[in-house]
Design a protein around this ligand. Structure first.
Ligand code: GGG
Length: 357
């Protein structure tokens, strides 16, 4: 029987609360199928680990992840540790070290969920953002000189390689072809201001687009794209953007489809040489940590993306259907969706719906 080893890094804040529900959902799928197994390696990395050891993960962390089929990640961030320390200590080294250059973030307005945008019906918003995930504005390149003096200088370089840029743009086109919806790819840059990296991106986009003549293309500046995500979200199908721009755009995409608690993300290593990583888009959410009210569905949907990546399409569909039905029924929902249910009650509902099929 297919058996998968999953490295589970629950991380910080609400991470442990939502990862518990993701694992529960995966176990439910395995039990209902009867011919599927998951073995979890729980890795206690994150901010508590940092307080104990001075590191967000052990020095040999990447080697320890390597033998797994996939990584399930919760959240990173701590109110008492600077964000750049936690982010650059855990999740970014994993994305780079496992060469997870293709980040895939779908957004869909589900039946039973209200958008803050007026007049939007279920399915009106249905887009996928491809985020370049290993370089761009997130590259740890730069430095500070003469700290604390009036002459202080801070330099932060953006790194855009032909390999990384072409890889993410090609992934977006391949997906637009496979998805077969509007057959449209929108590239988002700021090439009027960033005349080197973003002009380069626009050129690579044009070159790759020429290989997909059946796909409609559009190039937008990021400020215009932010406006259009809000006023015309229906016009988007597949969107491709740099590490930073796509991160910002996917928060908008999440909130216009009802909640950050529904947004899932896949960090894919396209060659499959290393494990890919699946996570909710949301972060640690200190304001609700420990209250047991975090929405676990983004993590369940991340588990579905993981199953799809592992080739377990039927199992992925069963999780997608359970989430869809749970939202449609609307009887068990967490406060972000206007309900009063707890994280574990919503996780239990997903399990019940998986078992029902
Ligand atoms: N579950 C993802 C998470 O914890 N994200 C925290 C965060 O701030 N990430 C920034 C990023 O992904 O760019």
């Amino acid at each position: 029987m297919p058996s998968y080893t999953i490295a589970a890094i629950a991380g910080d804040g609400i991470g442990p609360e939502v990862i518990a529900e993701g694992k529960k959902a995966l176990e439910a799928v395995a039990a209902s199928r009867g011919d599927l197994e998951f073995h979890f390696t729980d890795l206690p990395w994150g901010s508590d680990f940092y307080r104990e050891t001075g590191m967000m993960m052990p020095q040999d962390g990447l080697q320890r992840l390597m033998p797994h089929d996939a990584i399930l990640f919760g959240a990173v961030g701590d109110p008492n540790i600077p964000d750049h320390v936690t982010l650059h200590g855990l999740i970014l080294p994993i994305r780079r070290g496992m060469d997870q250059g293709v980040c895939f973030r779908p957004s869909y307005l589900y039946q039973g969920v209200s958008s803050p945008l007026a007049g939007k019906a279920p399915g009106d918003i249905d887009m996928v953002v491809f985020r370049e995930n290993t370089e761009g504005e997130y590259a740890p390149m730069g430095g500070r000189l003469y700290p604390g003096t009036p002459h202080e200088v801070a330099v932060q370089a953006g790194v855009f390689t032909r390999h990384g840029t072409e890889r993410i743009i090609r992934a977006a086109f391949e997906y637009a072809q496979k998805r077969n919806k509007k057959r449209k790819v929108t590239s988002v840059t700021k090439s009027n201001a960033q005349a080197f990296s973003m002009v380069f991106w626009d050129e690579v986009f044009r070159d790759v687009a020429a290989e997909y003549p059946d796909i409609e293309t559009e190039s937008l500046l990021v400020d215009r794209a932010c406006m259009d995500f809000i006023r015309w979200p229906e016009s988007f199908d597949v969107v491709v953007a740099s590490n930073l721009f796509a991160d910002i755009l996917t928060d908008i995409a999440a909130i216009i489809t009802g909640s950050m608690g529904l947004a899932a993300s896949a960090n894919i290593n396209p060659t499959r040489e290393f494990p890919s990583m699946f996570e909710p888009v949301h972060g640690a959410a200190f304001d609700i940590t420990g209250k047991g009210i975090a929405n676990p569905l983004a993590t369940v949907l991340a588990c579905s993306l993981m199953l799809e990546h592992l080739g377990e399409t039927e199992a992925a569909t069963s999780l997608d259907r359970a989430v869809q039905t749970c939202l449609e029924q609307g009887t068990v929902k967490t406060p972000d969706l206007g309900g009063t249910a707890s994280t574990s009650a919503m996780g239990d509902e997903v399990v019940r719906l998986v078992q029902q099929r």
